[in-house]
Design a protein around this ligand. Structure first.
Ligand code: ATP
Ligand code: SF4
Length: 319
C-alpha cells in the first residue's frame, strides 16, 4: 500500500538543519492499522505531514514514499492537491480547531467535494448523512457550525470530513490526546469500524505518544526515537516482548492500574530527548541507554530482522 524508503525530512533554520526524520523506512499494508509511537519531538508528525502537507521550512532531503507504486515525495502542489483526501488523508494534530468556524458542516464538506471535481450536491449530501449516521451523529449536525459541537462530536465530524472522499490511507495524528477517556474509546472504536468492518479506508496510520493506546488498536507498531525508527513489529511482540532498550523504557514509563506508587516508583526515561539540530553520534539513544557500550557512541546500528517481521536497530542484536 505505502512503502517508505530511507526518508529524510529536515527543517531549515538559521542555526542549521533540524534532522526531524533521518532515514526512516517502513511499509503500511492493506487492511492494517499501523501505529507510530515515541516521545514528543521524535519526528512522528513531521514524518506523516511530509507525506501530505509539506511546506517550508520542511525540506525533503532524500528517500521516497511509494503509494501504489508512485513516489509521492516528487509530486508538485497541484498533483498533491489531487491525491489529498482521495488517496491519502490526514486528521492533523489539533484538528479540533481546523474546521472553518464561519461555515456549517455541510458547507465545509461541499467546498471540499467541489475542490475535487464533484458536481452532484445531492450525492455529497447523502454521503454526509450516511457517514454522520456511521459515527452515531444526527443528520442535524450537517446544519451546525463547529462551535456548536462538543470536543468528541467535533473529532467525529473531522473523521467524517477526512474520509468523505474514500481515501486509501487515513493518517490520524494524536487525535485522541485532547479527549476524555470515554471519547477516546469512542474514536478508537470508530477508527476500527471504519477500516475493519465498513472498509471505508484501506489502511490507517495512527500516531500517538502513548504507546499503551496502540495495544488496543494497532496491528503493527513502529517506535521512533530522535528522528529514527528503532523497532518495528507486530503489536503483541512490541507490547509484550519489547526488544529495543528505548521501547522497554517507553513501556516502563507508562502508569499502570493496580500499582501503588507509594510502594513502587514509576520508572521514567532518564535524561532528555536530544536536540535534533545536532543529534548524538552513533546510536542516538546512547546518552540515555542503560546498555550503551563504546560502539554505540561511534556507529549507528542498522535495522535488522531478529525474527519474522520483527525489526530492531540496536548493536546488542547484531549477528
Ligand atoms: P509532538 O507530538 O510533540 O508534535 P513529534 O514526535 O510529532 O512531537 P515533530 O513535531 O515532528 O515531533 O518534531 C520533530 C522535530 O522537528 C522537533 O525537534 C521539533 O522541534 C522540530 N520541528 C517541528 N516543526 C518545526 C518547524 N516548523 N520548524 C523547525 N523545527 C520544527
Ligand atoms: Fe543502547 Fe547501544 Fe542499543 Fe543504542 S545501540 S539502544 S545505545 S545498546
Amino acid at each position: 500500500m505505502l512503502r517508505v524508503n530511507d526518508l529524510k525530512v529536515y527543517y531549515k533554520t538559521p542555526s542549521g538543519y533540524i534532522k526531524a526524520v533521518d532515514g526512516v523506512s517502513f511499509e503500511v499494508k492493506k487492511g492494517e492499522i499501523f501505529g507510530i509511537a515515541g516521545e514528543s519531538g521524535c519526528g512522528k508528525s513531521t514524518l506523516v505531514n511530509s507525506l501530505i502537507l509539506r511546506k517550508p521550512p520542511m525540506i525533503h532531503m532524500g528517500g521516497e514514499a511509494l503509494l501504489e507504486g508512485k513516489d509521492i515525495m516528487t509530486l508538485d502542489e497541484k498533483e498533491y492537491r489531487k491525491i489529498r483526501y482521495t488517496k491519502i488523508s490526514i486528521i492533523p494534530q489539533y484538528s479540533l480547531n481546523a474546521l472553518n468556524p464561519t461555515k456549517k458542516i455541510r458547507e465545509i464538506v461541499w467546498d471540499l467535494a467541489k475542490e475535487h471535481g464533484y458536481t452532484d450536491k445531492e450525492e455529497i449530501e447523502s454521503k454526509l448523512r450516511e457517514r454522520l449516521r456511521m459515527v452515531s451523529l444526527s443528520e442535524q449536525v450537517a446544519n451546525m457550525y463547529p462551535i456548536e459541537l462538543s470536543g468528541g462530536m467535533k473529532q467525529r465530524v473531522v473523521m467524517v470530513v477526512s474520509t468523505l472522499l474514500d481515501p486509501k490511507i487515513l493518517i490520524a495524528d494524536e487525535i485522541t490526546s485532547a479527549l476524555d477517556v470515554t471519547n477516546q474509546r469512542i474514536i478508537l472504536e470508530l477508527l476500527y469500524y471504519f477500516i475493519k468492518e465498513e472498509k471505508i479506508v484501506d489502511s490507517i496510520i495512527f500516531i500517538t505518544h502513548d504507546i499503551g493506546l496502540l495495544d488496543k488498536i494497532a496491528d503493527r507498531i513502529m517506535v521512533m526515537y530522535a528522528g529514527k525508527a528503532v523497532e518495528i513489529g507486530p503489536t503483541e511482540k512490541i507490547i509484550n516482548k519489547p526488544t529495543h532498550p528505548y521501547t522497554q523504557l517507553l513501556l516502563n514509563s507508562l502508569p499502570r492500574l493496580g500499582i501503588n506508587y507509594e510502594k513502587e516508583r514509576l520508572q521514567g526515561i532518564p535524561g532528555e530527548p536530544p536536540a535534533l539540530l545536532k543529534p548524538p553520534s552513533g546510536c542516538r539513544l546512547h546518552p540515555r541507554c542503560p546498555y550503551a557500550t563504546d560502539i554505540c557512541t561511534m556507529k549507528e546500528p542498522e535495522m535488522i530482522e531478529i525474527e519474522k517481521s520483527h525489526f530492531v536497530a540496536c548493536h546488542m542484536y547484531r549477528g
